[in-house]
Design a protein around this ligand. Structure first.
Ligand SMILES: Nc1ncnc2c1ncn2[C@@H]1O[C@H](COP(=O)(O)OP(=O)(O)O)[C@@H](O)[C@H]1O
Ligand SMILES: [Mg+2]
Length: 369
């Protein structure tokens, strides 16, 4: 008898602002995944948070039913509450970006349901999402960062003058003001002087209770280079070659990421033009950052590099880790692996293997004495 095919749930959509980006990533994965090897179950989450499967999930993707439509009874949530429930899924690939998908919340559900899943666990996901917690982990690992301060929305609302003093004491303009937990540059502003600070703080405060304010890398008038590394693995992660993004705008904001097309588009350069020493240093730091945040499976690690000026050498700092980076076949993460010799379908295979490996490894843990 033929070996039973592994049943893989591809989960996409979701309540985050990155719903649409998730659908793009999922369309690519569904088109490329090896169906000789896997039974694919499409699982969609609407913008309202309702779970859908097979035919209905495909409708969410705007596609007619391309698969036979495997039904699982959407039992992941049921399995979290009732151990005898069979989810009918061997492994889930949460192709979800941002809040409720990349931040540890859904990973918590998979843990409760005891189901294998692609990517980081609860802690790695939450750390990769929270720019304040992430920076603490980077600092503890001795990794270089741009100076920053973290403030609470409540502090900003109750005493904006004091918060302004705190920021100006620690940092020099221009600064970047960011909601601590979000993605795709939503809610982020570059602030060049005090007159624009309040609007930027209000905007960031509308998206999160924590606000991170950072010194601009390179200082006034400098557009830092944006370098990205794809990391793959569990306990022995590997780093791809280094890629570079040249944003089409003053910084890599939402529009520069997703909305500009053709000649106006942001450009990616693979491999980035760097010396061997710079590239080795960046790849090593990418693995350290992955480990510092307790990531698993995959993460894209992003750096900012201020070019060398007279009397000052180039400065490379860590910007962030993304635990579920954009995953269309032309997104940076898969492209970096393709350029490093691992094709897109093979990368999907590898991520599924790593998910199963991590799940098996976890079974060695005893949860009570
Ligand atoms: N400290 C900084 N100095 C210079 N540019 C920055 C800085 N922080 C962010 N940026 C710019 O803003 C973009 C988005 O910031 P980032 O922290 O990566 O947020 P997100 O998680 O939304 O991608 C970066 O890709 C870069 O273009
Ligand atoms: Mg980013």
């Amino acid at each position: 008898m033929a070996k039973k095919k592994l049943r893989v749930g591809i989960l996409f959509g979701g309540k985050s602002g990155e719903h649409e980006i998730s659908l793009r990533s999922a369309r690519s994965i569904l088109a490329a995944i090896n169906r000789k090897k896997y039974d694919v179950v499409e699982l969609g989450i609407t913008r309202e948070g309702r779970w859908l499967q097979s035919r209905e999930a495909l409708q969410l993707l705007g596609e007619s039913a391309v698969s036979a439509g495997n039904d699982t009874g959407l039992s992941i949530a049921a399995a979290a509450a009732e151990p005898t429930v069979d989810t009918g899924i061997d492994v889930v690939f949460p192709v979800l970006h941002g809040t409720f998908g990349e931040d540890g919340t859904i990973q918590g559900l998979f843990e409760l349901a005891d189901i294998a899943y692609v990517g980081s666990g609860v802690l790695g996901s939450a750390a990769g999402m929270d720019k304040d917690a992430m920076k603490r982990m980077f600092v503890a690992a001795g990794l270089p960062l741009t100076p920053h301060v973290t403030l609470l929305r409540s502090q900003w609302k109750s005493d904006p003058k004091k918060v302004t003093r705190t920021i100006e004491k620690a940092l020099q303009y221009p600064v970047f003001v960011k909601p601590a937990n979000l993605g795709s540059s939503v809610g982020i502003s570059k602030v060049k002087s005090r007159k624009d600070l309040a609007a930027a703080m209000d905007l960031a405060a509308s998206f999160d209770r924590k606000i991170v304010v950072e010194q601009s890398v390179g200082g006034p008038g400098v557009k830092p280079r944006e370098l990205e590394v794809a990391v793959l693995g569990n306990d022995e992660p590997e780093a791809s070659i280094v890629g570079e993004i040249v944003p089409a705008k003053e910084f890599y904001d939402y529009e520069a990421k997703y909305e500009l097309n053709g000649a106006d588009e942001s450009v990616s350069i693979i491999p980035a033009k760097l010396t061997a020493a710079e590239s080795n240093k960046i790849r090593k730091m990418a693995i350290q950052a992955f480990r510092a945040c307790d990531c698993a499976g995959l993460a894209r690690v992003d750096f900012l590099m201020a070019p060398a000026t007279k009397g000052k050498p180039a400065e490379i700092v860590l910007n962030e880790v993304n635990t579920l980076p954009g995953f269309t076949s032309i997104s940076m993460y898969p492209k970096l692996w393709a350029a490093s010799g691992l094709s897109y379908p093979k990368l999907i295979d590898r991520l599924i293997e790593l998910a199963l490996e991590r799940h098996r490894e976890k079974q060695q843990t005893q949860f009570s004495r």
